[in-house]
Each structure stands twice: as C-alpha cells, then as structure tokens.
Design a protein around this ligand. Sequence first.
Ligand code: FAD
Ligand code: MLT
Ligand code: ZN
Length: 464
Amino acid sequence: MTDPRLDDLAARVPGLRLLTELADLIHYGRDWTRRWGPAPLAVALPDTVGQVQAIVRWANGCQIALVPSGGRTGLSGGAVATRGELVLSLERMNRVLGFDATDRLLEVEAGITLHATHEAARAQGLLYPVDFGARGSCTIGGNIATNAGGIRVIRYGTTREWIAGLTVVAGNGELLQLNRGLVKNSSGYDLRQLMIGSEGTLGVVVGAQLKLTDPPPPAQTMLLALPHMDALMQVFALFRTQLKLQAFEFFTDVALRHVLAHGAQRAIDADQPYYVVAEYDAADERDEQAALLAFEDGVREGWISDGVIAQSEAQAAALWRLREGITESLAPRKPYKNDIALRISAMPAFLHEMQELLAREYPQMEVVWFGHIGDGNLHINVLPPPEMEQAEFVARCERVTQLLADALQRHGGSISAEHGIGLVKRAYLGSTRSAAEIALMRGVRHAFDPNGILNPGKLFEQES
Ligand code: FAD
Ligand code: MLT
Ligand code: ZN
C-alpha cells in the first residue's frame, strides 16, 4: 500500500480487505448513472459490524469521506465516489442471520441481494414483497437507503413498510439498534424510519429485520394496448375497482421499440401508443371471469384496443420482460432520467401538461416514458441525439428538469419517487421540500454525522 492513510486504516482495522487496483476503483466508484468519472481513494470490504465501526471512526479521525455502497444499481449517483472518498462496500456482509417464525421476521446483513432475500423468505414459505428488475444485484442496504419501490407497491407499499428493525453504524461510529422488531413502539422519534431513504448520509445500515408476509394467491398477467394517454388512468380506475391488483405498470410504444430491439419477444400485434402490464389475483374461475369482464368493459369504453393474458409462467415472464427490460435496453445510450411522483388524482391533468412540456422542450430528442403508473410514479428517460456532447445534453435536460420541477411543485408532486436525490436531483430538492424542511434535514444529518463524513454532497449540496 502506498498511501499512508490506507496503511493507518489497515493497522486500525486488522483483517480488513482493501482494494486499490484501478479496475476495482472504477468498478466500485460508479453506479448505473455512468455520468461521473469514478475516483475513490480505495474500496473497503468489511466483514463484520466491528470493522464497519472501526472504519467510520478512522474516517472521522482523518476526515476522509465515506461512500456507503451496495449493488451500485442506483440511478441517482448516490453511490458514486469521484473525489478521493473511501468506498465502504457491504458486499461481503450478505448473510441471513436468522428467522423468527413467531414474529415472521427475517434478519439479514445489509449486503444481501434482494433476490437472495426473496429466496430466504421463500424457504420459510413466506414472501418479502418489495421487488423490481435490479433484484439480482441491488442490496437490502441500498433498498433501505433509497426507500426502494418497484412493481408491487400498489399492493404492498415501499421498502419503508417492511422494515421492523435496523442495525446502523451512525456517522460518529456509534452502533444503533433501531426499533428491534417491535410492531408497536410509541417511545419517541422513530429513528428507524428516519434512516429509511437517508441515502447513506446518516449512517451505514449493517443489518435489518425484515417483515415477511403470506405469498399472494396465484396471479394472472395481462398485457394491454391502449389507444391514448387518458386511457391509462381510466383503465387503472376500472381495473382497481373490479380486480385485486398486484401490479399495474405502463410503457409507451417508444419504450417497446427499445426493449424489442434488445431481444424481448413481441407479445401483441397491436401498434398502439401505450401499453400496460397488469397482474391480479386469479385464485379461481370467478377472479378470471372478473378479469375478462373488466377487459371487455375497457374495450367497450374505447380505452383498450387489444390485450393478451399469459397462459403459462413462461409467457407471463415474457410479458414482464417487456416492462422490466426497458432500463437495460436504454442503458447503453446513457439516458437522462426523471423519476417523478404525483397523487393519483393529480395524474390526468399533470400528464397533459407534461406531454406538452416535453414535446416543446425536447423537439429533436427521443423521450421514453414508463413506470409505476398505479402508484403515481412516472419514469421519463431522455435519450441524447447521437451527435450531441454529453455535457450539452445534460445541461439541456437539467433546464427542462427545472421546468418539470416547477410543474410538480404546482401539482403537489415529488422530484423523486423511488430512486432518491443523490447527485442527480439535489438542485431540485427545494421543489419538493420547503426551506424549513431542508434546514431540519440538515440538522438531522449533523446530529447523526457531526463531521460530515458520510456521503457528503449527496442529497443536498455540501455545506462549506
Ligand atoms: P447503491 O446503488 O449501491 O446505493 C444507493 C444509495 O444507497 C447510495 O446513496 C448509497 O450510498 C446508499 N447505500 C447503499 N448501501 C447502503 C448501506 N448499507 N447503508 C447506508 N447507505 C447505503 N429502484 C426502485 O426503487 N424501483 C425500481 O423499480 C427500480 N428498478 C430498477 C431497475 C434496474 C434495471 C436498475 C438498474 C435499477 C432500478 N432501481 C429501482 C434503482 C436501484 O436498483 C435502487 O435504488 C436500489 O434500491 C439500489 O440498491 P443498491 O444496493 O444497488 O444501492
Ligand atoms: C423501473 O421502474 O424500471 C426502474 O425504476 C428503473 C428505471 O427507472 O430505469
Ligand atoms: Zn421504477
């Protein structure tokens, strides 16, 4: 090791695995945004809570910034390390620590992937219901830090609903056991909930007690083609009343083109501007009949042009790929991503305003919409024209994002639904949070992390 600070770290944390090779610095220094050049000091891969505490104490002592790191599937730049920070990766702390059948709590280390968590829940005959396309790589720690949502929020809510307890190393190195799995606990501030969505700025999540639930009844998956934008919310209202929905996701014809070009199979002949993947309980014939009736009602109203119901698990997976494969299909183009939220009731009016705004502001750019429309969450991805420089492209998108943020403020929405603020959206935080709220958030940050060593510059601008 050449840097004396790393020699000091290695001496203080015996057995700590440290990576300093350029390829590792690049790999661990960036996330899915790919917008910033990775330049961490090194990567630490602790194996125990004690090691995490010792790293945090060392960082406080020598004022080195730490970047907590999970699967780096984040889309807001929360886990990027560009300024000589130490990346603190939880990837080796990925064990299942136990299961309590009476409390239905699964205890895990924070570096376990979402997929491995699903498997551990399944082994107990139960379900951990947060789910989305990055399940194979993203970690429970990252999900907690971003309050991840995904494709089942409509039924189960976001990560926030499923955390019964957290073990956290705060920014000052203290070990905190937050809520300890209690169902009821009215003993003051809920610091566990404060940690959820804090984007690595308050503490390092090292472990979690996850609530598990009964698996849902058998489901059916339907793909619908819709003739116009208003039909999205009309069909949602119809399906929500007539079916027990597990998911209601949408994408546009532009998204479909990309995902098909990326290897997904065409599942419907219709060529329509909007598509929906709906999943609903189909426990018996009555449920299946209800789905057909809802479909027919939608067709009669002129809101649905065509549809298919998956006849097998493989077909259902193929329909889901059309929705879940979109992010990967766009990634090589380095899209600029907006991830916005509105109340469902505000959605119809907002959609029209947004459509006009995007058409006006991005005349020569391809704009791809998709997302969790049943939760009021839209993902707007803008693709750069081939000849445009990245810097000019981002500057243009940032100007439009300001207009979008203004519109969201008027409609009472949020600039981040589920991806977090990170670096990408911190300039727009004030459109969703008042100055008084941001001042309190900064105060909370200072209380947890007095020396500001955890993820400085993420979520809000660094204080000078
Ligand atoms: P990272 O990217 O490593 O980190 C994210 C943030 O969490 C950073 O600020 C980091 O510092 C912090 N952090 C990580 N681990 C810890 C820890 N142990 N303690 C404290 N802070 C920590 N997100 C959704 O919400 N819904 C979706 O449907 C969805 N779909 C996706 C699909 C694809 C294909 C991809 C690539 C991403 C998707 N995402 C989605 C975004 C991303 O997967 C989530 O934000 C996820 O929660 C990030 O987890 P991670 O482990 O990769 O975190
Ligand atoms: C999704 O819903 O697919 C994700 O949040 C990923 C994305 O927005 O690209
Ligand atoms: Zn999403």
